[in-house]
Design a protein around this ligand. Sequence first.
Ligand code: NDP
Ligand code: MG
Length: 380
Amino acid sequence: MKTISILGSTGSIGTQTLEVVEEQKDLKVAALAAGSNITLLERQIRKFHPSLVAVWEEKKAKELRENVKDLNVKVVSGMEGLLEAATVAEAEIVVTAVVGMIGIRPTIAAIEAGKDIALANKETLVTAGHLIMPLAREHGVQILPVDSEHSAIFQSLNGERRDKIGKILLTASGGPFRGRKRGELENIQVEDALKHPNWSMGQKITIDSATLVNKGLEVIEAKWLFGVGLDQIQVVVQPQSVIHSMVEFEDGAVIAQLGTPDMKLPIQYALFYPERRFLGGKRLDFAQLGQITFEEPDMETFLGLPLAMEAARKGGSMTTVFNAANERAVSKFLRRKVSFLQIYDMISECMERHHLIENPTLDQILETEQEVYDFIESRW
Ligand code: NDP
Ligand code: MG
């Protein structure tokens, strides 16, 4: 029996993680955390019996406490509550599936408490990878990727030495607007951007996939997870989302992981690593698929990727600026306050005016985040 905690249990990754718990009979849930969806959270509590539940909003936590008072579960709230869920004694693995850099502090706390991390929350590595990776080594805990591309790379590296990596070939679907030019993106509506061709995900990452910011975040995530240089990561557009990513080794051999798009595979792989378990569902049918095609990413139209590369090259606090500006920009786009293309303007303007901090501490990362938020509020 393995015991897990799930931060972000009501979201896309969180609910799929609970499906894996339901299918595999030897996982136990110690704690769950969510933002405000207490209706779904209550259903999850009644089904999976965690001893601790964290709700971000105190008002909602209070309501939930009342609703589950017949059960033996402690309901906590705010950042303190999230940290408690991340460090609850029984859990061996913490699934970080909250969205955004709110995940930094709980991820650090979980590592310090000796928990392995099944990491979906890429924003944490993008902004604090230089703190997280050494901390994980220091505490002897594993960072197991849940992001499908990074899981594919992780699987391709099985039995291989990391110092034999030539390069990582990070695949991208290209998003719903692949093939369009800048002028054709001017009038993109929220509904258009929320239609991803191959994956069904939370709203923020779906917009990130449309801008290619997601692929930029993933380049930085890969750099930290696999300890490679930026020049060793190549983004390849593979519109069918069948090849989840590949590794080219020193001798020219390329090893890839393929499959139908289903996040339960990387979630399950992270939870049981190094064991592989049965997972039902559709198998790849190559004859029916016919072909797998490849393209270069369009870096002139989809500025999410080149802006991320620039932030990664500058390093230090710049990746926090890139990420924080994007988080706010996407939230404003979803509320129809700014246009699709303004997301790029907001990120690049924030990056331009930032004075780089080379090796930011956690406090400096959080201060940088706040500065970006304040600037965006004053400007857009
Ligand atoms: P969703 O928006 O679907 O879910 C986000 C989850 O986080 C919800 O449970 C939400 O709770 C919770 N949450 C939000 N704010 C807080 C907070 N302040 N405190 C506690 N919980 C909070 O996101 P996804 O599942 O799509 O994505 C989660 C992470 O995984 C992201 O970092 C994303 O980039 C990454 N990822 C996602 C993939 C996917 O297929 N969805 C693929 C690869 C990576 P509530 O519902 O109550 O608001
Ligand atoms: Mg991904």
